[in-house]
Design a protein around this ligand. Structure first.
Ligand code: FES
Length: 127
């Protein structure tokens, strides 16, 4: 089974998933800090990730995803919406964007408050 590794400023999580699993489903299985305000229906861009490895093995981008990514922050050639990208046979490695991490912290205030108490949130620039 392919492995999905998710890198964030506070943690790196890896999980094995079945082919066809979305990156967002993988993130949830790994308890990774990936936001998903719309619940995975391509109606926001808070699940935006940058794919560091395995981009070519993911499912093709549909027009809806491209349109939604047009409204995202800091879009790169490696950008995908985690809820729309399905894993193929190859391992995948992604970097969680600041946009997605901020959404995750809004959705999980107990995590944000704990990081604030440790002086780790908001993260320093370049983290
Ligand atoms: S969770 Fe909203 S577009 Fe992916």
């Amino acid at each position: 089974m392919p492995r999905v590794t998710l890198h964030g400023p506070f943690e790196t999580k890896t999980v094995e998933v079945a082919e066809g699993t979305t990156l967002l489903e993988a993130a949830e299985a790994a308890s990774a800090q990936v936001g998903h305000v719309c619940g995975g229906v391509c109606a926001c861009s808070t699940c935006h990730v940058w794919v560091k490895q395995g981009l070519e093995s993911l499912s093709e981008q549909a027009d809806d995803e491209m349109d939604r990514l047009d409204q995202a922050f800091d879009v790169k050639a490696s950008s995908r919406l985690a809820c729309q990208a399905h894993v193929g046979k190859a391992d995948v490695e992604v970097q969680v964007t600041q946009e997605s991490l901020s959404a995750y912290m809004d959705e999980n205030p107990h995590v944000r408050k704990a990081l604030e108490a440790e002086g780790k949130w908001p993260p320093k620039r370049g983290v």
